[in-house]
Design a protein around this ligand. Structure first.
Ligand code: ACO
Length: 336
């Protein structure tokens, strides 16, 4: 039986975004919208959209390769790859394709779906493997291509989303309070219809009076106001639960790293905890909501520009379709 370990240090990160960036004014050429409406309601100024010569697997590979490089790991030393995505290139799973491109030949790899909370759910999942002592090194990817499933003629949704990928390298360590310190994850399927990417099924004849179902999907359908109310109620609640359980007061946090859905949601949560806005990491103005990618994309930017430093205490929270949400207290270790 493998020896249980106490922590999982975050020792590397990386991210990648598509080459094409679309401004609000450009979207105004397609739907009846404008820069001032989008900026004032969401904080978004532009978003990246995968072009015809790019793919989500390639983006995930680029982000992962950067995380491995920062961590100083050989691809063959990775034991596990968890790819959080709701928009895989292959419904059977895209993580094995990333594993193959990386040359991480000793890793087992699988996809995990929890919409915009996906990265957080994947981080927790990988950490359980690491702490069990069964593996030493894991790569956690958050990647989504919502542009593939948006109705580009629906101004209520198409302005909000973008594509991207981010990754973190996690190493099992025998120190408590390292990496993922504590977490709380939640789901409520009864409210799932406020944000969906539903299956549309055709019932077709097979043989001898039997039928089969042929699958396909709708575009993203969202009740924006319901999702907004859900986020500003549940995110502070789950964060408060986590801080209290760990005897951490908001002033002790170095950073608040929330799912980048809407600047107004970020501001409301920060105000609830009286966290000054300069401690709230935000880059949604350039990328919009990249779903499972927002948290690692933001973390990577802040690590590389020197804002997040080794030992920094970060409260993070993801929320989105499912409905799913959660929070985690993490500290950034950086390369050894
Ligand atoms: N440009 C111009 N006008 C618009 C646009 C647009 N892009 N979109 C909507 N409008 C109009 C509406 O038609 C409406 O007009 P009307 O009053 O004539 O009917 C008006 O603006 C107000 O619309 P609301 O939907 O009430 O606008 P609201 O202030 O609620 O903002 C928004 C909408 C930005 C979507 C907000 O509700 C929100 O951010 N919700 C949370 C969404 C979110 O975070 N989703 C992602 C979750 S994560 C995941 O799992 C993918």
């Amino acid at each position: 039986m493998a020896k249980q370990l106490l922590g999982s240090a975050l020792v590397g990160c990386g991210s990648a975004t598509p080459k094409q960036s679309l401004t609000n004014a450009q979207l105004g050429q397609r739907v009846d919208t404008n820069d001032s409406w989008i900026r004032s309601r969401t904080g978004i100024a532009s978003r990246c959209v995968l072009g015809s010569d790019e793919s989500l697997v390639e983006l995930s590979h680029m982000a992962s390769a950067k995380a491995l490089k920062m961590a100083g790991w050989e691809p063959g030393s990775v034991d596990l790859i968890v790819m959080a995505t709701s928009t895989p290139d292959d419904l059977f799973g895209s993580a094995p394709q990333v594993q193959s491109l990386l040359g991480a030949n000793n890793a087992f790899a699988f996809d995990l779906t929890a919409a915009c909370s996906g990265f957080l759910f994947a981080l927790v999942t990988a950490t359980q493997f690491l702490k069990s002592g069964s593996i030493k090194r894991a790569l956690v990817i958050g990647a989504d291509q919502l542009s593939r499933w948006v109705d580009w003629d629906d101004r209520r949704t198409c302005v909000l989303f973008g594509d991207g990928a981010g990754a973190v390298a996690l190493e099992a360590v025998d120190q408590k309070d390292e990496g993922l310190i504590d977490f709380s994850l939640k789901s409520d399927g009864s409210r799932g219809d406020s944000l969906q990417l539903r299956q549309v099924i055709k019932h077709l004849p097979l043989v001898d009076g039997t039928t089969h179902q042929q699958g396909g999907f709708t575009s993203i359908e969202m009740n924006g106001q319901e999702v907004y109310k859900f986020a500003v109620r549940e995110v502070p609640s789950v964060l408060a639960e986590l801080l209290k359980r760990n005897n951490v007061i908001a002033e002790e946090l170095d950073w608040l790293l929330l799912h980048q859905a809407n600047q107004r949601i970020l501001d409301a949560v920060a105000d609830r905890f009286q966290v000054p806005h300069h401690k709230v990491l935000t880059n949604l103005q350039s990328y919009g909501n990249t779903s499972a990618a927002t948290i690692p994309l933001m973390l990577d930017e802040a690590v590389r520009d020197g804002r997040v430093k080794p030992g920094d205490l970060i409260a993070t929270s993801g929320f989105g379709a499912g409905l799913s949400w959660g929070a985690a207290l993490i500290n950034w270790h950086g390369p050894s």
